[in-house]
Structures are given as structure tokens and as C-alpha cells.
Design a binder for this molecule. Sequence first.
Ligand code: SF4
Length: 612
Amino acid sequence: MAAEEGKTAPPRKRRSRRRQTSHLKKVPETLALREELKAHCKKIAEGIDSATPLSKDQMETVCRKLLSDLNHPESYLGWTMVILSSEFWHDQVAAVPPERRLFLLPHCLKHSEGCPADYDQFGLDCKTCGACSIADFRTTADEMGYKVLVAEGSPIVLKIIVSGYVDAIVGVACLNVLEKAIDKILLAGIPCMAVPLLSSDCRNTSVDEHWVEQMVATPFKESKKQTRTYVHLLRGAAHIFEPDRLDSLVVRKRSQERISERNGTGTTGLDPIAATEAIAVDFLGRGGKHSRPFITLATYDALNGNQGTLDAEVVKSFPDSVMRAALSIETFHKASLVHDDIEDNDQFRYGLEALHQTHGIPTAINVGDYLIGMGYRLVSRDAREIGHDTASDILDGLADAHLRLSEGQGAELFWRDNGDKRLKPLDALKVYAMKTAPAFEAALLTGARLAGPNTEYTKPIKDFARNLGVGFQILNDLKDWDGDQDNKMSAGGDLLCGRPTLLWALALEALDEEDQAELFSLVENEEMHPHHRLMKARQLYLKADVFETAQRLVDKYQEKAEIIADDIEPDSLRRLLYYLVDTVLSRSESTYTPTIEFAEPTMKDALPIVSS
Ligand code: SF4
């Protein structure tokens, strides 16, 4: 049964992601019960084809059946899925030498009253006082050569993995964290094993310690078996932005000097003729998750043999022309960030002062323009190598995306700066389709066109990107209210700065005239304290049920994207589209606190695509 399931493609009919899962996260009460379930999971995992990672749906199906066969409650499902997943990845983790593994521990294992450890940028700096099991686990892991981190959350872990520092993860975490964080790591196909904490209390927690010791002690064992992973492609995309590689792909004409290496002198003394190019290349290399180039490379690979998910060397051997096209997607995005920071008067970008802050608005506008030119040039210069038709098609797609995104951005600015704050949900959705979807579309279509004519994918990819992009943008609206449940001042920024959001449009549609007037007054009344404006606006949004309606709309757009993906062949491209849906539209179970792997699109995303 299990072997069959492991060999199948992801289920063609996928379920909505937004489900309450708290009732599915019970830890089996006794060690004997946990041992029994673990033994069953091990057996099942041995029968599963390890060539392709299990999707969440597949894993859930297998675990539900196991629990039902054993007459155990559904509430063990989350725990059982973690154990099955760990058993599935066991051999792949074992195939990574310990010094290339990351051991991740949660803070909450520490002795909360007397722990003398401090926190630094790498998490908790355990002083090995011996009061909790962290010290013992650390000692064993250190001796074996592991990198050890006492921290939580997928962003830092993914960063460490993508940077090439480690190749596998073993960890301890509560089921809540495992659901949100480790899940994304597994989706990317990163070898990972975990032992769930016995509770999710966030304080003085405990764990089956001998399981952790066993997991850490997993001996290195070479394996010929390989499981497909997006790590090579994620690393390939990140590698493009390393200074030497970036210089080799961009081919600078004016100066080889790097601003970042000018010992804090910035552009002082730089040849004016070379300054624009130098600032642009420097900004291109700064920050970001490089999600856009990843999508292009992954689409190219999916339609070009799909070997990049198995072998890092395949990605390293991608032609420079393919890398340059992937780079061009990010170049447009970076250009949009420069311009948007000016439009929104944002002060910082990637933890540094925004370009217009350091160089002034005229220079920043000019650098943004230069980056747009560079984006087109990165593709056009390879016309001979990739073929004139290919280059022409890619450039046409990029230009089309550029125009629509600028129109979407323009519509948003026009609405923001216009006195008339009426907005219909349909118009808000139209703006979202123009502003966010073309970026996904450009990255996907560029990758597909690099792999061949592939005209049959044009329409499905456009439709998929539209649904994914709109769903993503609605999630971003919801995320803007994240934290407001505790009346935090950080929530509701969209409303205060007058962004035309779907939530606003839904509220206007549902409220009566009196409530509408009050909502209008909240945006205009700058004398009222922002805290009170947001409190009142939230009440009105709740009255209009906009959060729930918006969640349902995300479900709808997700379902539409999945239906399009269901019909895509080959399997490699379908899996990539599912991966994008799962990561871009990832949500927690709370009413409106979505967690998104990709950074949110704001007005910063006026050009090709996903994260900043
Ligand atoms: S062993 Fe480390 S983490 Fe645990 S209480 Fe002592 S210093 Fe804190």
C-alpha cells in the first residue's frame, strides 16, 4: 500500500489548506504508545519509494489510515506525520556527514527559572550549566561535529541551508512549530528528522530524550538513493548574487570597483561615469530571498529533464544565458524597490538606508531606470546563444509584465492619492491581478521559454499566476492585521497609509451608510490617535466579516490555482506549481494570521515578483 502511494504523483485533487489543526496535534500519552506508532511508521517508510518527497497530502492519507487501522484517534495525526516524515528521511539524513548537519533545539527546553544563558544573533548561547537536557544534547552533537543552533523558525534555517552551510537538519520542536517551520523545509526537500516535544507549553518542556540522542547519533552512511529536492536550485539562484558571479554575469563596462568594498567611503571619489553602474550592481547584490530567479531556474529545470532536483552539478552547469535570464527577473524587481521606496518615502531597505536616502531622489530614480535597462539587456545580449525567437519571446513577456505591473501600481497610487475612497471588491481584485500576478507569470514563463517553445504552457501559467498572485496579495492584506489581536500598533498599516485593499472594499460593500461614513472618517481623521483609528476600523471590519470573507477568497484562488496545476504535465512542473502554492499561500490556522514563506508584496512589488 505505502510503496504504491510513494510512487504516485501528488494527488490530482488537492484539499484546501485552511483547516483548523489544533485538534490534530495531540502527543500520544505513553512512551509505549509512541514507540508502537514509531515502529509502524518505520515499516511504512521502508516501503515508500524515496525518489520523490512525500507531499503533505500523501503523508496525511497514509497516517490517517495507520491510525484508523490501529484504532487510534485522529488527534495523533500531526505527531504521526512528523514521525513518518522523519523515518522517510532517515537514510537521506544519514547520507550527510554529521559536520554537514544542523541540530536545532528549542529555547523552551531550558530551565526557565535559573538558566544563565544569553541570547545572541545565533539564538541561545547555552552555558552548559547542566540544569536542562540542552547541554547534554549539545555535547553529543558537538562531539559528532554538528552545527548546533538553539532557535526556532524556518527563515533562519532555510537561509542556513541555502547558503550551503549544512545539508540536513535534525531538530526538536513542538508540534506547532513543526507544522509551520519544518513543514516548509520538507516541502523544499531538505533532509530532516525531528522529535516532537511532549507539550507545546513554551516553558520547561520535555522530550523523549533517548529518541533525541538516537537521532543525533545517526551514523554517517553513504547512500546511492536520492530524493528530489529544490535545494540545489535554491542554492543556484542564491549563487547568482555572489559578488564574483554577479560581476561575471552582468559584465561591467565602466569599473570593476565594488561599493561594498570601499571601506565605508560609499561613492565618494567614484568616477561619475562609472557611478550609476556601480550603484546598480551593488544594489542588485543586496539582500532578498532570490525567490524570483529560483522560480525561473526551477521551471527551466522542470521542463528540461528535471535533473537539477537530483544533482547540484546539473544546476551548476546551467548555461550563463539561463542564469542571466533568471537574474533579469530579479533586476526588474530591484528596480521597482528603488522606485517604490521613493514613492512611499521608505527609509530603509535590506537593513540599510534606502537608495534615495543615501544618494538622493534623482540619482535613485536614475539607478532604478538603469536596472530596468539592465534587465532587458541581460536577455537581449544572449539572443544569439538562446536564439532570437527565444530572446524575443522572453523580452516580450517581460515587457508585458512590466507594463501591467506599472498599471497596477499606478492604479494603487491613483486611488491612494485620490480623495474618493470608494472601492469595489472587483476593482481591488483587478488591481491585485495587475500588480502581483505578472511577476509570478514572468518568472515562470521565462523559465519555460528557456527550456523550449512550450507555447502550450503559456495560458495555464498565466491563469495559475493570476490565481496565485491574487491569493498572495489577499493574504498580505490579512497579514497586515497580524498582531492586532493584542492591539499592537504595527497592525493595520495599509489602512493608515490609505492603500486600496480588498478588505477595505469588502467592508464598504457589507456596511450600511452610517458605518461606511465612519470608516471613511477613520482614514481622513489624522487627529485621532492611530491606535483608536485602528481599533475602530477593526471593529467595523469584524462587523462586515471581511477577514473571514477574505480567507474564503484565498481558498477560492488557491483551489483555482491547484485545479490548473492538476492538469499540468509533466509531473515535474506540476510538483513545482504545487510547491509554489504550498509555500506562497501557506497559512496558519488562526483566523487572520497567515504565515507566508515569501515576503509580502507591497507597493515594492511593482515588477517581477515574489519577495523583497
Ligand atoms: S544547560 Fe544551557 S540551556 Fe539549559 S539551563 Fe543550563 S545554560 Fe540554560
